[in-house]
Write a new protein. Structure first.
Length: 382
């Protein structure tokens, strides 16, 4: 993986990871943040989008966005403004969530782009990316307004599963990754846990089979009635031999041991590459206990150790990581964590957000995606 930091765009910083292929889609991940942050939201959003679009037109003219996520500081007021600035009917999935960037700005974004792909909006909430060899399906910012987080999570996951079934796919066989953004997570996360456990059990997803890699984290919708938002990623036509689940048992326990149902990480191997999706990971030991309670520095180091162990199980390391999203419970910890990350990962794309983790004792959590070249004759190329 190659990395590049670009600061030439009017107080906007773009950090790029790239993995280029002579044949097949090349991979680009970009995290865009603001280094000048004193103007209002409309101006900040305009500068961010202008820098992102100009950079893509200038440096990545053949790359197509397959997924974008915008992180806002005040979504109720800001999302209507942002939506007027971006494509009203995009070909790719666009996620918008209130998770304030902790550098003091009102907006940040992560974008995943690829070459040699064709996007299509299926108009049932699913966005399709066709690489020529495989079909990738994403949804973003899906929500329900039923009463209670349990009912909303159940309806979201059930509706998503039914739409996969209509495409000849299943939640168990084809869904690789989910994100669940939960308003007031300290009070509403348990309802999400119960709904997911119940639905997964009905779908044949158990501790004896497998679960799905996931992040369950605080996040708000523009609609105050929405307690849960859902983003997803699935792959059509994938063989079970291509998928492996990551456990790192010396460092982490199985999530089912403390009553939740997600995988720590999932690796998907194609003929020419491996993609690794690390779930939200915190300072936890292999007994399921929070470690280094109250110590943000030590929790950060243990979190990174856990992530590194999961990556290693997939034959990857931090040099293969294309992007990282870091979540903090306490905004006062930002300077310490940013100093640690900027020292360890001076060129990696990452963003640090205010988003409490599902267990109050965890001060920090992160997720990431790693991509590595492979030569595996058993499988078709990506």
């Amino acid at each position: 993986m190659d990395f590049q930091v670009i600061d030439k765009y009017d107080g906007v910083s773009l950090v790029l990871s790239k993995l280029e292929f002579e044949q097949g889609p090349s991979e680009y991940n970009i995290v865009v943040t603001l280094s000048e942050r004193e103007d209002d939201f409309a101006d900040q959003a305009d500068r961010l989008l202008s820098a992102y679009n100009d950079f893509c037109s200038e440096k990545l003219p053949f790359a197509t966005p397959v997924f974008e996520r915008y992180f806002l500081s005040d979504i109720a007021n800001q999302q209507p403004v942002l939506e007027k600035m971006i494509d009203s009917v995009p070909g790719n999935a666009v996620s918008i969530v209130e998770q304030p960037p902790l550098n003091g700005s009102k907006i940040a974004m992560w974008a995943w782009l690829q070459t040699e792909v064709v996007n299509r909006n299926l108009y049932n909430g699913i966005f399709e990316t066709n690489t020529g060899n495989s079909i990738h399906l994403r949804t973003a910012s899906e929500s329900e307004v039923k009463r209670g987080s349990k009912a909303q999570a159940k309806e979201l996951l059930l509706g998503y599963s039914e739409r996969l079934n209509e495409l000849g796919l299943t939640l168990a066989d084809n869904c690789v990754r989910t994100w669940l953004f939960v308003q007031n997570i300290d009070n509403n996360y348990q309802g999400v846990v119960v709904a997911r456990n119940d639905l997964f059990s009905m779908q044949g997803l158990t501790n004896e089979t497998h679960f799905i890699s996931s992040t369950g984290i605080a996040g708000r919708s523009a609609d105050k009635r929405v307690l849960v938002q859902l983003d997803t990623y699935a792959v059509a036509g994938i063989e079970q031999e291509q998928i492996s689940f990551l456990y790192a048992p010396e460092f982490l326990n199985r999530t089912s041991e403390y009553g939740v149902s997600f995988e720590r990480g999932t690796a998907v191997t194609y003929g020419d590459r491996k993609q690794v999706f690390i779930s939200g990971t915190a300072s936890i030991n292999n007994k399921g206990e929070v470690v280094f309670s109250g110590d943000i520095v030590m929790q950060t180091h243990r979190m990174l150790q856990n992530v590194e162990a999961l990556l290693s199980e997939a034959g990857c390391g931090f040099d293969d990581v294309a992007q990282m999203i870091v979540y903090l419970r306490d905004i006062a910890d930002y300077k310490v964590v940013n100093r640690l990350f900027s020292g360890i990962f001076p060129q990696h794309p990452y963003v640090i957000l205010h988003a409490p983790v599902c267990r109050p004792g965890w001060l920090i959590e992160m997720e990431c995606i790693a991509i590595k070249k492979e030569q595996n004759e058993r499988f078709v190329n990506y």
